[in-house]
Design a protein around this ligand. Structure first.
Ligand code: SF4
Length: 149
């Protein structure tokens, strides 16, 4: 199973914000630079994360976003269920599905169970536990040295 591109960007942005030095605010552009993803994708991800209460925005010239308490506590499983909850793993589950083997198909149930097992495996994995120093330090060094004084 593959997570969708939007979920991937949301996870990257959350990891960056979870690991940020305390009190630092990040613009959307800084997050985009930090996670190596185009601005417009990150902008949509930040909006979604805000709507879920996982990041907080501070307005003003020196404003930006930071992680919220809920963002520090969210699990990968919970986030993916929220963002990537596709019902139509297979054609027969989409509104226009027209598979002729639709009657009591055993594959459909097996795929649903496999998807649930995938999320279940990630239900205890807290996003904020993922970033580690050697992973994030080069990212923050680059971002913070680029920042205007
Ligand atoms: S084979 Fe089964 S799971 Fe696949 S599309 Fe047809 S009914 Fe759905």
């Amino acid at each position: 199973m593959r997570i969708n591109a939007f979920s991937d960007v949301c996870l990257r942005a959350l990891m960056l914000l979870c690991a940020a030095p305390e009190g630092e605010l990040f613009t959307t552009q800084a997050i985009a630079d930090g996670v190596g993803t185009p601005y417009n994708h990150v902008s949509k991800a930040v909006l979604k994360l805000r709507s879920l209460g996982l990041v907080e925005a501070v307005r003003g010239r020196a404003g930006g976003v930071r992680i919220s308490q809920a963002g520090m506590a969210v699990t990968v499983g919970a986030l993916l269920r929220e963002l990537d909850g596709r019902e139509d793993l297979v054609d027969c589950e989409s509104p226009n599905g027209d598979c002729p083997m639709n009657n009591h198909c055993g594959l459909r149930g097996a795929l649903r169970r496999a998807r649930e097992a995938f999320y279940h495996e990630l239900d205890d994995l807290v996003v904020s536990s993922l970033p580690h120093q050697s992973q994030m330090e080069p990212v923050f060094v680059t971002l913070l040295t680029r920042r205007p004084a």
